[in-house]
Design a protein around this ligand. Sequence first.
Ligand code: NAD
Length: 360
Amino acid sequence: MSRKIAILPGDGIGLEIIAEAEKMLQCLQHDFGLDVETETAAIGGAGFDQFGHPLPESTLALCRQSDAILFGSIGGPQYDSLDRELRPERGLLGLRSSLELFSNLRPAMLYPQLASASSLKPEIVSGLDIMIVRELTGGIYFGQPRGIRDLENGERQGFNTLVYAEHEIERIARSAFDIAMLRNRKLCSVDKANVLEVSELWREVVTAVGRDYADVELSHMYVDNAAMQLVRAPKQFDVMVTGNMFGDILSDTAAMLTGSIGMLPSASLDKNGKGMYEPIHGSAPDIAGKSIANPLATLLSVAMMLRYSLAQPELANMIDTAVGNVLNQGFRTADIAAGGNAVSTVEMGDAVVAALRAQI
Ligand code: NAD
């Protein structure tokens, strides 16, 4: 049965990197028999320009009907003075909440060929392959009450609430265990159970869910130690699962271990495995239109889409292999060229397509 992919290029380099992903998808359709149909829609600044809203009704309707969403990037200086509700970011946040994409998958992978791009010693990070699963729609970023209030002594007090209900913990834990089953079956749950009651409950529920996954080795770690271990010996981790705020910080730390923002894909899944797939970087207005953006994060996002929403793990592995092969062949866009010869966005996309075809 044909599966449907909504394609949302967005703004800035989003258009250029998504064009390479479409080229690769066409290759997968024609040469590898991938049975998908695609439809493109506007989001972010492009949504505002065409329909007066960053998340047009027609775009949301298309995303609801689709099995997966491929997202480029949104934003640009020309939209910065718009009302908050009309800014491009609202398109992305609106999509995440409307589709209940609560499970955010942030891999931190470092191809050995790029080990020198990291700020850590190559032997510590070479071959790094961690998956951080972050709860995306709950926790302190959404908890009520929140605000800034006046105290009796005349000073102001800011407050937020860190809350997780059992069902929210259970569903993110299941999502993480399912992902661990597709990888090396090691899951580390990160919390602050020595100080926070919400973390005590988190640990209890994650442990209970773990009884359904006897093949996965579960461990628990306090967030402060996890931050330390990520920069001391990151290769000890396979899959990590944590709440919204801890995940926000740890996933960016892990991303920086790899040193190259143009290489990192991500996914946000709902409870049925429907997902939105996107590079972690933004619309890069400083390089938009120059065909120098690195398309690999987006091509690797397609690989995640094939693995997590479209049940095509072999094709996903072939894309990962193709990316490794083009790096071995010496292809580098400017961001990872370390001052050496750089290829264009289109040349990098062509090289990956050729490396895919070479695996037939
Ligand atoms: P950015 O990620 O767009 O760019 C940061 C730096 O990384 C820039 O120097 C850029 O040239 C470089 N870069 C990013 N992606 C690259 C790629 N694929 N290849 C080569 N170099 C790349 O972050 P920013 O500059 O802080 O934000 C620019 C705009 O993007 C803003 O409007 C921001 O709101 C938006 N943004 C969007 C998303 C998203 O769409 N998910 C995420 C972050 C920022």
